[in-house]
Structures are given as structure tokens and as C-alpha cells.
Ligand binder design. Structure first.
Ligand code: GDD
Ligand code: MN
Length: 374
């Protein structure tokens, strides 16, 4: 594999030379082709010039210069460059300030070798460590973690904001960097969340996060604000779909019961037949509303009629669930009126319906890869 260690820098002249040398030392222990890509945002302290010197002498050291737009923006540019220009198979994210130990790089690579797509150098699993931080710094870090886990549903991941990670290029291509919506430090959460949505094989390995000795942190209030807005936007986005689905479901209930009433009470159709007929009518109205409204923004390549068929198929599964419930309630438990049994049957059916439709019928098609990357 060709692996590129991407190091974003802004005013890291005290650290960058030592880090490049320390990494070259570690690369000797790794059997892959290792590269270093420093993404420097025109640091006024001359970090870029130092790196340029190294890149002249060392074939595996590269410099990408740009304007300061934030840590996330720097990583997006760096990843694009690593994939498109350097043809990397995997990238490693790492800070320039020695808070991440160069000795841990081979361990990240081993985890990739063992089959993971996304390896997190984690501070919050047994064996991982944070420095003796002030209460407020600790609160910022653990608060950010707890909040992002709760908002995104990534409960199984303990360090969602970590900046020391190894990621396969195939996965980044699947995610598509256009889906990254943030500029600052919340990039870390955003990229991880996209990987999570793509069902990537994510693994945490414990690392010790050291104290910064030279230079200073660049995290700003803007980053905190952006992270806050970002995680709550995800939360809303996630529940918005569900709320819409539930609203559509409720409209379907009206259709369902209305049709059932007309067939059963007015036309005297047998309840065993009236029940599925009423459901099928509501399936059609539900499909139209879900397709154009609930999941209207999802980009799928699936044709309208295929989605319609899938939706119907899912609905038949749900119909089975609903009808079985109906029969059980009316025939076994003798529940009356029949409308109540018909109504209760909708509840288990809705859960089955939501999950199958969200993950199958209206599943977002993965975007075309930026580049094959091999
Ligand atoms: N190119 C570029 N542009 N680099 C930047 C920028 C930017 O706007 N902002 C920061 N960097 C570089 C720094 O020079 C450093 O190499 C690295 O990004 C991390 O910056 P720090 O300022 O040292 O971050 P930190 O120690 O506060 O945060 C670390 O821990 C966080 C979790 O607690 C990082 O690893 C974060 O990614 C992580 O989320
Ligand atoms: Mn740092």
C-alpha cells in the first residue's frame, strides 16, 4: 500500500522538522510505501519553507500550500491531493505538534493491515490517555465527545473528535469529500459520521495524547460554535426524516381507516378482505408522499417505478405484520371494534416499514469515486 501521512500546519516551525525526522524513523518499521504531505496554510512563521527544503531532498516529503480556511478545509485539500496526485491507498491524519506520538503510527497501520477501513487513535478507551488538562479543557473535549455521540448515534465510538487516524482511500472515495460541510475542527466528527453512515469497519486503538510543548493550540471559538451547530444539525436531520415518515404514516392511517370503514361498514365487504385492501390504498398514498417529501432529498439512482415496487414489497412485509396483529387481536383475543385492532396493527408495522424503506428502498446511492486511487 501507499500511505500518506497528512499533517496540517499553521505556525509549527518549532515542531515540523523534528516531526518529519521522527516519522522517517518510524517508517523503517513499516513495510508499506510511506509518504508525508504537509498541508501548510501559508504560515507566517515560515513552516512552509522548512517543508519545501525537505521536499527537495526527500522524495517522500510533499508540501501543499494554501490559504488559511480552517483545519477541516486543510484536510479536505490534503486528502484530495493525496488521492488524486499521489495515488495513495490510505491516509493518516496527524497533528504537527507531537501531541500524537510518531511511535503510534506503525500501530495505526497494523490495524489497517488487519482489515479496518477507519482506525482511530483513541484517548477514551482503556489504555488511552489525555494530558493533565484544566477542568475547562477537559470539559470541552469530553463534552464535545458526548454530544457528538448522542447527536449522531455513534454510541459505540468513544473518541469521535480524535485527530490521529488512519483511513483507507476507498472509503474516502465512497464518502465523497463534497459531503464534508464544515471548515474547522468539527471536520473530524463529520468525516467519521460519513464513514459510520457508509458502514465502514471502524476500529479504535488506544493512544496517549501528550501535552503540547512548542507553539500553541489553534482551536478557536468559531470551531466550537461550528461543532455545536453541526452536531445539532445532524440530530435534526436524523429526526426530521423520522418525523416526516411518521407524519406520512399518520396520513396513511386516515386513508387506511377511511377505506376500511367504507368497504366494511358501507359495502359490507368481509373484514378479512377489507383490511388488506384498505392498507394497499394507504401504501400508494404513503409511497408518493415519502418519495417526494420524506426522502425527497436523498439522491438515489433507483428508478421511480423500482422504488415504488420496493416500497410495495416492504409494505407487504409490513402488511403481513399488521394483518397478523389484526387477526391475533380479533380472532384470538376477540377485540372489538375491529377498527381498534386495525389501528393497533399499524404500530409494529410502522417500525418494520421505516427501517426497510430507509435502508433499502430510499437508500442513498454512493457517489462516483473521485478517482480509483490505485
Ligand atoms: N493547515 C492548517 N490550517 N492547519 C491547521 C489549522 C488551519 O487552519 N488549524 C490548526 N492546524 C494544525 C496545527 O498546526 C496542528 O498541526 C494541527 O492542525 C492540530 O492543531 P492544534 O491547534 O494543535 O489542535 P488541538 O491540539 O487543539 O486539537 C487536537 O485535538 C482535537 C481533539 O481534542 C487535534 O488533533 C484536533 O484534530 C482534535 O479534534
Ligand atoms: Mn495540538
Amino acid at each position: 500500500m501507499k500511505i500518506v501521512v497528512i499533517i496540517p500546519t499553521y505556525n509549527e516551525k518549532e515542531n515540523i522538522s523534528r516531526l518529519i525526522l521522527a516519522l522517517e524513523e518510524q517508517f523503517k518499521k513499516i513495510s508499506h510505501e510511506m509518504h508525508i504531505l504537509v498541508v501548510d496554510d501559508s504560515s507566517p512563521d515560515g513552516t512552509g519553507e522548512i517543508v519545501r527544503e525537505y521536499s527537495r531532498k526527500n522524495q517522500n516529503v510533499h508540501l501543499l500550500s494554501g490559504q488559511k480556511q480552517g483545519l477541516g478545509a486543510a484536510y479536505v485539500r490534503g486528502m484530495r491531493y493525496a488521492i488524486e496526485k499521489l495515488g495513495s491507498d490510505a491516509v493518516i491524519e496527524m497533528d504537527a505538534d507531537f501531541q500524537h506520538k510518531p511511535e503510534d503510527v506503525p500501530r495505526l497501520v497494523t490495524a489497517l493491515d488487519e482489515g479496518s477501513d477507519f482506525v482511530i487513535g483513541s484517548r477514551y478507551i482503556p489504555g488511552g490517555k489525555i494530558p493533565k488538562w484544566s477542568f475547562s479543557r477537559r470539559l470541552l473535549s469530553s463534552g464535545g465527545n458526548i454530544m457528538s455521540r448522542a447527536a449522531t448515534g455513534m454510541f459505540k465510538i468513544h473518541d469521535t473528535t480524535a485527530g490521529f487516524r488512519a483511513i483507507r482511500t476507498d472509503l474516502i472515495n465512497k464518502i465523497s469529500l463534497e459531503n464534508i460541510k464544515v471548515q474547522g475542527y468539527s471536520f473530524q466528527i463529520n468525516l467519521l459520521y460519513q464513514a459510520f453512515l457508509n458502514k465502514a469497519k471502524i476500529k479504535e486503538i488506544p493512544v496517549e495524547f501528550l501535552e503540547r510543548k512548542e507553539g500553541e493550540t489553534k482551536i478557536g471559538k468559531g470551531d466550537v460554535l461550528e461543532a455545536l451547530i453541526f452536531v445539532w444539525a445532524i440530530r435534526l436531520e436524523r429526526s426530521e426524516t423520522f418525523i416526516k415518515f411518521a407524519v406520512v404514516g399518520a396520513s396513511g392511517v386516515v386513508v387506511n381507516l377511511g377505506v376500511f370503514y367504507v368497504l366494511f361498514r358501507i359495502f359490507g365487504v368481509s373484514d378479512i378482505i377489507a383490511s388488506p385492501l384498505a392498507i394497499e390504498t394507504s401504501i400508494i398514498s404513503n409511497f408518493l408522499l415519502n418519495n417526494f417529501w420524506t426522502f425527497g432529498e436523498r439522491q438515489t439512482e433507483t428508478k421511480f417505478h423500482v422504488k415504488g415496487l420496493k416500497f410495495n414489497l416492504v409494505s407487504f412485509v409490513a402488511l403481513g405484520v399488521s394483518w397478523t396483529t389484526f387477526i391475533a387481536l380479533t380472532r384470538l383475543l376477540n377485540l372489538r371494534p375491529e377498527e381498534l385492532a386495525q389501528f393497533i396493527g399499524i404500530i409494529p408495522a410502522t417500525f418494520v416499514n421505516y427501517f426497510l424503506n430507509s435502508y433499502w428502498t430510499f437508500k442513498e446511492t454512493n457517489k462516483e469515486p473521485v478517482l480509483a486511487g490505485k
